[in-house]
Design a protein around this ligand. Structure first.
Ligand code: THU
Ligand code: ZN
Length: 319
């Protein structure tokens, strides 16, 4: 065969095509590999909406992804947990704790109840991190700016000033960029913040050896209620004997506060446990305190788990 110009061009053309097919093939292999890696983590039986710092580090090294890319990578997976039967508007958020772990959070709406029981995705992510022992949040990603309600909620964090709001559409934000002249704990003379360790000195009115009651008391001891001092917590057990708990988290602007029932339901949701699996739930709160969770606890749990046995146990503040 003669090496005519036409032949050489054809060889180059096929080499060029091969090169591109190869690149897109290996690219799709990486994507498939990444996807199966994520699914391995999120489909694990004991997955509860937490990606360990070890997994985060391994994935970012292996696939060459930075912090913001990793947080954006997991956001669609967090959104899958959204329960929005009223708005049909599904939201997923991801936050990163001081430990380096990532936490999922998705919005929850309760059908046939007031809209004020709605838990926003950002709130769910922070509560998830708090429930898992984090004392600081480094970043949060909800795909852009959090709504005004959530900015107010985030402004309660003990490290609100250093929190980075990851914005996959452009430059990252700080709370102060989006919530100017903010109202916060300092306006009400509160020096602590949400996620700072709480050790409320509570004891049960009547001593109990019941495990669930003890767990609910611990949740109340960890609750954040610097405004009303009405500490409270819930523990519940499911048909499969799994125990979940949630603490009350107040907010300086009051309305963005998260009740212990919202907190514990979010924990159940992120563990893929249907609410009607709840068998028994215990609320621990202070008798005749300024704020009571009793009615919220009863009405919400009756709605989502009509057969659950509900108990209210009172405690006192030793101080
Ligand atoms: N939502 C969030 O979860 N986060 C936001 O920042 C915007 C709004 C939820 C709340 C409600 O379930 C639905 O989206 C419609 O507002
Ligand atoms: Zn919001």
């Amino acid at each position: 065969m003669k090496f005519t110009l036409k032949n050489i061009k054809a060889v180059y053309k096929s080499l060029f095509l091969c090169f591109f097919i190869n690149i897109s093939f290996s690219q799709s292999l990486i994507n498939d590999k990444l996807e199966s890696r994520i699914k391995n983590i999120t489909n694990a039986k004991n997955f509860k909406g937490v990606i360990s710092s070890e997994n985060v580090l391994n994935i970012s090294n292996e696939f060459g992804l930075d912090n913001d890319q990793i947080m954006e990578l997991f956001r669609p997976y967090s959104k899958m947990y959204s329960k929005a039967p009223i708005s049909n508007y599904n939201v997923g958020a991801i936050c990163k704790g001081g430990s380096g772990n990532l936490y999922f959070g998705s919005n929850i709406e309760i059908l046939n109840e007031s809209l004020s029981f709605t838990l926003h995705a950002e709130q769910a992510a922070i509560i998830n991190a708090w429930n898992n022992g984090e004392t600081e949040i480094r970043n949060i990603n909800v795909g852009g700016s959090p709504c005004g309600h959530c900015l107010q909620f985030l402004n309660e964090l003990n490290n609100a000033d250093s929190l980075v709001i990851v914005n996959p559409k452009g430059k990252n934000f700080r709370i102060r960029d989006l919530l100017t002249l903010a109202f916060g704990p300092k306006n009400l003379g509160v020096k602590t913040g949400l996620l700072a360790i709480q050790k409320n000195d509570l004891e049960l009115e009547n001593e109990s050896q019941d495990k669930l009651t003890k767990r609910a008391l611990l949740a109340a001891k960890n609750s954040y209620a610097p405004y009303s001092k009405s500490y409270s917590g819930i523990a519940l057990i499911t048909k499969e004997s799994r125990v979940f708990y949630g603490s009350y988290a107040e907010n300086a602007a009051f309305n963005p506060s998260v009740s212990p029932v919202e907190s514990v339901l979010s924990s159940l949701n992120l563990s893929k446990v249907p609410f009607d699996q709840i068998v028994r739930a215990v609320l621990v709160e202070i008798k005749s305190s300024k704020v009571s969770q009793k009615n919220t606890f009863q009405s919400i749990l009756k709605r989502v788990a009509p057969n659950a046995k509900l108990e209210i146990v009172y405690c006192t503040n030793k101080k």
